[in-house]
Design a protein around this ligand. Structure first.
Ligand SMILES: [Zn+2]
Length: 78
């Protein structure tokens, strides 16, 4: 039996870049959920931009959260 039908699956990922929160850096993170984006971006920021965790303010976190954008894509299966 041959199944030549092509299948596609739409997906939405979350995206955040340093530039969007006012940092001049080409870093960008995409992940499957907002929580994962925040977690990954915070790790990058604390490693590269803000070395002291106490300087990562709630305002910065709020700014990050509000700049997380959905990114749509399509996966194709043959
Ligand atoms: Zn950065």
């Amino acid at each position: 039996m041959v199944n030549s039908q092509k299948c596609s699956m739409k997906f939405v990922r979350k995206k955040l870049s340093c530039r969007e929160i006012g940092i001049d850096c080409s870093y960008m993170v995409t992940a499957s959920s907002e929580e994962l984006v925040m977690q990954t971006a915070l790790k990058h920021i604390s490693e590269v931009h803000i070395k002291k965790p106490e300087e990562i303010s709630p305002e910065l976190k709020a700014k990050m959260k509000s700049n997380i954008k959905p990114e749509q894509g399509t996966l194709w299966f043959r």
